[in-house]
Write a protein that binds this ligand. Structure first.
Ligand code: SF4
Length: 344
């Protein structure tokens, strides 16, 4: 595709396909900025089908920006439980407070003011500005980078800030005078439904296949080109399910770093044997009665892998340095990151 020559036929084909085929998603029914913003933040690491119930529950509990600004943090994190990347939830609240304080509760329209809100990067700002306010501001994420690399046959590494800027500039030439919000969404939808990663692209039913350079040159599976990823760091941990009566012990993680400030199962670095686990529980002021069988689990974060050795330890006493949570508290009140939740 030649962006300056093919702009009109590209946008026309894409928009008419989108209008006939767009999925019926709850955040599309109403383009209020609060809803679009929330959906885009939730969708950053999660598929639309998984986001739907979270989105609906979140809006039931916090229907306005003011409700979010005033929300209890523990409740906010509980509603986020399972979505991961909890800093997104905290940033949503920070941004909601900034909107209340600096913009009198009205979501700002100016793309620069949108970008200045906590946790809102260029992609989310572009999505909100175009979908809610019909501005010609592109939203470039991995899906859009893939679609554009294939359409233009661009073999430059796609996952670099320079390439994102270049794609955004190209898209600015393509934005139609009207229906800019639909145009942003149609690109996202093409990446999500048709122009799929690797060899899975459904080129036979693609609405813009006549313009696609990668298809013409038989390079679809080779694009986009990605930089070699750094290997994830591996960390060994021993995680204890300390049980006393009907409760298990939890503690807070440090305020900085991975899973900052969230609840965790007590754990130690390295791989401990049963005798070391007993000594550790005693050092934590507990009287361990028995240690259950050892289990191995892995949890993968973006840059780190935890290789966890897990023991269940029955204790006779509780110690005040831990929060002792029963099943009801775990279900209703406490957000436990899935790295730990899956061990229970
Ligand atoms: S023709 Fe294939 S590779 Fe090209 S944009 Fe469509 S789905 Fe993607």
């Amino acid at each position: 595709m030649n962006p300056s020559k093919d702009a009109a036929s590209f946008t026309e084909s894409l928009l008419s396909w989108y209008r006939a085929n767009a999925r019926d998603l709850p955040w599309r029914a109403d383009r209020a900025p609060y809803r679009v913003w929330l959906s885009e933040v939730m969708l950053q690491q999660t598929r639309a089908t998984a986001v739907r119930p979270y989105f609906e529950r979140f809006l039931r509990e916090f229907p306005t920006i003011l409700d979010l600004a005033e929300a209890d943090e523990a409740r906010l994190l509980k509603l986020w439980e399972g979505l991961g990347y909890y800093s997104r939830a905290r940033n949503l609240q920070k941004a909601a407070r900034a909107i209340m304080e600096k913009h009198a509760g009205q979501f700002p329209r100016d793309p620069r003011e949108i970008s200045a809100l906590p946790g809102i990067g260029a992609y989310t700002a572009g999505a909100i500005a175009s979908i809610c306010f019909e501005e010609a501001v592109p939203a470039v994420d991995g899906n859009v980078l893939r679609v554009m690399a294939r359409l233009t046959g661009d073999a430059a590494p796609a996952d670099t800030p320079g390439q994102k800027r270049k794609v955004a500039e190209t898209l600015r030439l393509l934005y139609p005078a009207e229906a800019r919000g639909d145009f942003t969404q149609s690109l996202m939808e093409l990446g999500a439904l048709i122009c799929l990663p690797g060899g899975a692209a459904l080129c036979g039913v693609c609405p813009v296949r006549a313009l696609c350079t990668a298809l013409r040159e038989d390079r679809v599976a080779k694009l986009p080109v990605k930089r070699a990823k750094k290997a994830r760091k591996k960390e060994e941990k021993t995680v204890l399910i300390l049980r006393c009566g009907d409760a298990i012990a939890l503690r807070r993680r440090e305020r900085k770093g991975l899973l900052a400030g969230l609840w965790e199962l007590p754990n130690a670095d390295g791989t401990l044997c049963e005798a070391e686990v007993l000594r550790l529980a005693q050092a934590w002021g507990l009287r361990p009665r028995s240690v259950g069988e050892r289990e191995e689990r892995k949890h993968v974060f973006t840059h780190i892998e935890w290789h966890m050795t897990c023991y269940r330890v029955d204790c006779e006493t509780r110690d005040a340095r831990f929060l002792w949570a029963d099943a009801r508290m775990l279900a209703d009140e406490i957000a436990l990151p899935s790295a730990f939740g899956k061990l229970l």
